[in-house]
Design a protein around this ligand. Structure first.
Ligand code: HEM
Ligand code: HEM
Length: 469
């Protein structure tokens, strides 16, 4: 198969084919979100009532990796790939390189996620390898879907009519290519033994979030923001600078997950130094988004898609900056292995990545289908998700700190369990609100995919590179 230049403008059939692939990715991703977070709520309640829902199928040990893998590889991955396809075709002013490959990729992603979930339920679990608990043959299926996606995205952008590759595509294609490498390193058997395995685990875990979800979500910001505001991104050069510094600093920080472990001390110190260096792309990128919104924050009141993106940008800025502080040895002494980290995980994967996806879906799906969600659906989703996740993150941040201080003061372990209990109850309340917001999101996705058409889409279909001109 070769990637040949075909600069003809997309026909109506091409647009329809792109829209149905985008809808299929968004709908299946939403089903995964509902499933994974229903499991998340059940897990949250098990902290308060450990004997609730007993039985081998519903044990914490089986359900936890089902939740994390289904949110990562069912929900966030499928939604981001669907968005990346739409952005690649539209920003390049062309049709998708291959609609068929997009559908094959979708089937493979879903087959991997279903097989992985069933395997974990049956107790087949690569237990000590976080976020890669699926047995490795299943991870190969996911890798095949990634390779197909990379090929299809590159093929689409290669057909563009413009000289430059729009910034969003740097981030999305970069993210897919890096993840092919990460997924491969995570499978090669000679990296999975002894201390080397610990090092590779840190590399894999942090790059799964930093070189997969982060660049794809940032790529969506770079397309959706100019579109929503009808103004170019504040600085294209700053976006390129943040892209390269992200690539230089991120891959080396994985060892900050294993501070005080038997890994070489110099490796741990290097990871801390580069965790501080990450402030450069994080603050550079966030400043670029916030300066693009300068003088227009009043628009937030009138646009829920913009509000979702605004929360996503703040989630990126605050969550990543928090991560830098978390990497210092003095603070790791308190927070490592506590629920504070779970708060950080949800501030970033939920407050940043998931809100970025929602902002992208609400901005772009109506453009693809000509169908819109109701104002009530948008506001219910937004406020329940914001309030729920705020309660979730704040309660675990406080509870996790208390837990860590209890351990430092040498109190009996059970005392730390007693001390955090009220915060776990609050996490359960926040989690229930978040889940309800996902039910409303599913209704909104249904309206944007199969609901009644509106006469004019909320935004005039216009390419981001035109907005950037
Ligand atoms: C770029 C700046 C960031 C830094 C320096 C950073 C730092 C850290 C550190 C030090 C930990 C380990 C905590 C511990 O084990 O005690 C951690 C965990 C974690 N981070 Fe970040 N973080 C950053 C950004 C992000 C982003 C953007 C995401 C998501 C997109 C993310 C997702 C996670 C997750 C899921 C964990 C939990 C990993 C586990 O299961 O142990 N982080 N981070
Ligand atoms: C209704 C919403 C959600 C609820 C109630 C929920 C609940 C939970 C619970 C109870 C855990 C286990 C924590 C532990 O072992 O102490 C967990 C872990 C985790 N969840 Fe969620 N979750 C939700 C949504 C999400 C979403 C949407 C994502 C990603 C996009 C996500 C990513 C994660 C990650 C990465 C971890 C591992 C945390 C770590 O080890 O630090 N969650 N979640």
């Amino acid at each position: 198969m070769s990637v040949t230049a075909d600069r003809s403008s997309p026909s109506e059939d091409d647009d329809r084919a792109l829209a149905s692939a985008f809808v299929a990715y968004a709908v299946t991703a939403t089903l995964w979100l509902l499933f994974a977070t229903a499991v998340g709520v059940l897990l949250a309640y098990k902290f308060g009532a450990p004997d609730f829902a007993p039985g081998e199928w519903l044990t914490f040990g089986r359900l936890r990796p089902i939740h994390t893998n289904a949110t990562f590889f069912g929900w966030a991955s499928l939604a981001l790939v669907g968005l990346a396809y739409y952005v690649a075709a539209r920003s390049s002013g062309t049709r998708l390189y291959s609609v068929k490959l997009a559908w094959i990729g979708l089937v493979l992603f879903n087959v991997a996620a279903v097989a992985g979930t069933v395997a974990l339920e049956l107790g087949y679990n690569d237990g000590n390898l976080e976020y890669r608990e699926w047995p490795w043959p299943i991870r190969l299926i996911f890798l095949a879907a990634l390779v197909i996606t990379a090929w299809n995205l590159i093929g689409t952008v290669a057909r563009r009519g413009t000289k430059d590759i729009y910034l969003s595509n740097w981030y999305t294609i970069g993210g897919v290519l890096w993840t092919c490498i990460i997924a491969l390193v995570a499978i090669l058997p000679w990296y999975q033994y002894g201390l080397g395995q610990v090092s590779v685990s840190g590399y894999y875990m942090h790059n799964a979030v930093g070189m997969w979800f982060t660049p794809l979500a940032l790529g969506i910001f770079y397309y959706a923001l100019p579109k929503l505001l009808s103004r170019p991104i504040y600085s294209y050069a700053l976006g390129v600078f943040a892209f390269w510094t992200n690539l230089v600093f991120y891959p080396i920080i994985g060892a900050h997950h294993f501070l005080f472990s038997p890994l070489p001390w110099w490796l741990q110190t290097t990871a801390i130094v580069f965790s501080v260096a990450m402030l450069v792309p994080v603050w550079g990128g966030s400043a670029n988004f916030l300066l693009t919104m300068r003088g227009r924050l009043g628009d937030l009141v009138h646009s829920y898609p913009l509000m979702f993106i605004f929360v996503g940008v703040i989630g990126y800025l605050v969550g990543s900056t928090q991560g830098t502080f978390e990497a210092f040895r003095s603070l790791q002494e308190v927070w490592h292995l506590t629920n504070f980290t779970v708060g950080h995980s949800h501030l970033t994967m939920y407050g940043f990545v998931t809100f970025a996806i929602w902002g992208g879906v609400y901005t772009l799906l109506p453009l693809a289908t000509g169908k819109v969600p109701s104002q009530l659906g948008l506001s219910l989703h937004f406020w329940m998700a914001v309030v729920g996740s705020f309660i979730y993150v704040i309660s675990l941040s406080i509870g996790g700190t208390i837990q860590g201080l209890d351990w430092i003061h040498g109190l009996p372990f059970i005392q730390s369990v007693v001390d955090i209990q009220a915060y776990w109850v609050w996490r359960g309340i926040g989690g229930a609100l978040m889940f309800l917001s996902h039910v409303v999101f599913a209704w909104n996705v249904w309206r944007m995919s199969f609901g009644p058409s509106v006469k004019a889409a909320p935004l005039a279909p216009q390419h981001a590179d035109e907005a950037a001109a």
